[in-house]
Design a protein around this ligand. Structure first.
Ligand code: GLV
Length: 310
């Protein structure tokens, strides 16, 4: 059994070494040097890999995403038929995402942009004190990332709301579900945080209509996928002042083109898809665990539900 690794050239060797540190007997091939195609049984890929290329490996039995998201693997043409897909569920990814969400919620909540603008003018002036207990944070998506972020925000003292497609109960989080629930939550959300997986159902969920449901002066934080937001609708809401600021880590396309308005917009904080970066050393054990399970014919972990899209 051989394993094909395919990601950015700069981190390919780090991934290989991290997996070999867990099991030195693994036969790992770095794309494009796959060797004999029939020997490849597992592919561990990130978004750069063309799914059509995977059809070259007749004995492929498992595809693993090098991140929490799998939208890049599932979009047409998708993985070869019958090949299960696993994704990462990694504590390091989860805690890093929690930090990033907290950072940006606090930036907006504590009027950081306003104070920086005052600093630029050497202006010594207090702004009205923000009230944490009145600043409602609404999270789209209450999976591992959303639930963890919700817990951090609660500890700080924010009222936390959360939305999922199917109803969920999370202690201390006011939960909403479905289309009606989305409208209800948005009307009570001062800072909207998107941590959803990108699926056909969630594509474009941050749009003119949903942004209009947020109270005037609210903020948007997106670390799901660029496809969750209609960029022009968000820009229009920022320009009109209805949305007071946005922190964005994900875009469509990526990298964000140099001429895109987000780069220079005074109300937008741009991050280069870096809110939560996969660390091979942390992620490798679960990938190797799945390879061992496959070899032994045991149930695989962290499998993607194709019908749900994540
Ligand atoms: C990053 O975007 C990931 O899906 O892990």
């Amino acid at each position: 059994m051989a394993i094909l690794l395919s990601t950015k050239a700069a981190i390919m060797a780090e991934w290989r070494d991290a997996m070999l540190a867990v099991d030195p007997s693994l036969d790992i091939r770095l794309f494009p040097d796959a060797g004999e195609p029939a020997e490849i049984e597992v592919a561990v890929c990130w978004s750069s890999h063309d799914m059509a290329e995977l059809r070259r490996y007749p004995n492929l039995k498992l595809l693993v995403s090098m991140g929490a998201g799998v939208d890049h693997l599932l979009r047409a043409p998708g993985p070869p038929p019958g090949v299960p897909v696993a994704r990462l569920k990694d504590d390091r990814l989860t805690t890093a995402m929690g930090e990033w969400v907290l950072l940006n919620v606090l930036r907006f909540h504590r009027q950081d942009a306003e104070y920086r603008a005052q600093q630029a003018q050497r202006l010594w002036r207090e702004l009205p004190a923000p009230d944490t207990a009145q600043r409602r944070v609404g999270i789209l998506g209450l999976g591992q990332l959303g639930t963890h972020a919700a817990g951090l925000l609660r500890v700080v003292g924010f009222p936390v709301l959360g939305w999922t497609r199917q109803p969920r109960q999370i202690e201390g989080v006011t939960c909403f579900a479905g289309a009606e629930g989305l409208r209800a939550m948005l009307g009570q959300t001062d800072i909207l945080v998107c941590l959803l997986p990108l699926t056909p159902q969630t594509r474009g969920i941050i749009n003119r209509e949903t942004l209009a449901l947020l109270p005037p002066g609210s903020f948007v934080i997106n670390s799901g996928r660029g496809g969750h937001m209609v960029a022009d609708d968000l820009l229009a809401a920022l320009d009109s002042g209805h949305i007071a600021g946005a922190a964005l880590d994900v875009f469509e396309p990526e990298p964000l083109p140099a001429e895109h308005r987000f780069w220079g917009h005074e109300k937008v904080l741009v991050w280069p898809h870096a809110s939560s970066i996969t660390i091979p050393r942390s992620a490798a054990p679960q990938v190797v665990e799945n390879i061992h399970r496959l070899r032994q014919g045991r149930a695989l972990i962290n499998l993607v539900d194709f019908s749900a899209g994540y």
